[in-house]
Structure formats: C-alpha cells, structure tokens
Design a protein around this ligand. Structure first.
Ligand code: FES
Length: 146
C-alpha cells in the first residue's frame, strides 16, 4: 500500500503519462517573453533564468517558428536543442536526472544533449545550437550545428 506523498506523486505522474498527458514536472517551462531578445541569427537570453545547473527553459517565438530548449546541464555548460520531436512534433522536455531530452508523447523518444536519438521511433536527431555565456546573457546561435 502506498503511504508517502512521494509514492502518490509518482503514481499520479505515471497515470498521467499512461493516458498521454505530460504532468507538469515533465514540462520544460517557457521563458517569459521579456527574458530574451531575438536577432536574425541569435537569441540573447537572461542567464539568470538558468542560474542553477539542471535548469532548463523553452524559448518559443511562433512568428519566427522558433521552439528551442536551452539547458544548463553542468556548471557553466549549456546546450540548446530543437524542442519539437522528430517523430510527430510533440514537445520535448529536459530530464535532469537522465541528462536527456525526452518527448512527452506516448512513444517517449529520448535524445542526448548532442541531439542524437537514444531510443524511439523518430525521423532523426534533434538539431542543436551553440550556446555561449556572455556576462549576464546566454547567446544562442540559430545556425544549427546538426
Ligand atoms: S512525437 Fe515524439 S515520439 Fe512520437
């Protein structure tokens, strides 16, 4: 019998995943629009949003068809990847425990921080982008590396 709050939370999470709904803990939050600025080939993001290693934010600019995850995966080390799964376009989220990006759809494709598909039936790797720390900002180059 489950008795601790953790067990109930885990059960709820698994139930939501089984029904195809991603629980809030599996969603990478969107960066507020005032926290980043876009140039033609770069995004300047407030570094304070990702001050803690293990944190991640999504940057979404519908008018430019931008939808990325930016991750502070290790102290001073950052990664940026496309957020839309290459299988069916569901949104991916950062899993800090596994240090991977996981699709929130039922098929659960999983990608490394280099964008490489680790498992899942998809149509390829996620594109990745260079991220450079510059003072209080992170600069994401929008020229895809892969
Ligand atoms: S949309 Fe991601 S695995 Fe299907």
């Amino acid at each position: 019998m489950m008795s601790s709050p953790f067990d109930r939370r885990e059960l709820l999470k698994r139930s939501l995943l089984a029904t195809g709904f991603a629980p809030l803990c599996c969603i990478t939050p969107e960066a507020p629009s005032h926290s980043f600025a876009c140039e033609e080939n770069r995004i300047f993001l407030d570094r304070g949003l990702l001050s803690q290693p293990g944190s991640a934010v999504a940057i979404v600019v519908a008018s430019r068809n931008l939808n990325l995850i930016v991750i502070h995966w290790k102290r001073g080390r950052f990664a940026a990847l496309d957020r839309s799964c290459t299988h069916g376009g569901a949104q991916c989220a950062y899993n800090n425990r596994r240090m991977t990006v996981q699709c929130t759809s039922l098929n659960h494709a999983e990608f490394g921080l280099d964008g490489a598909l680790l498992h899942g039936r998809t149509h390829g790797n996620l594109k990745t982008y260079a991220v450079q720390a510059l003072g209080r900002q992170l600069v994401v180059s929008l020229e895809a590396r892969t």
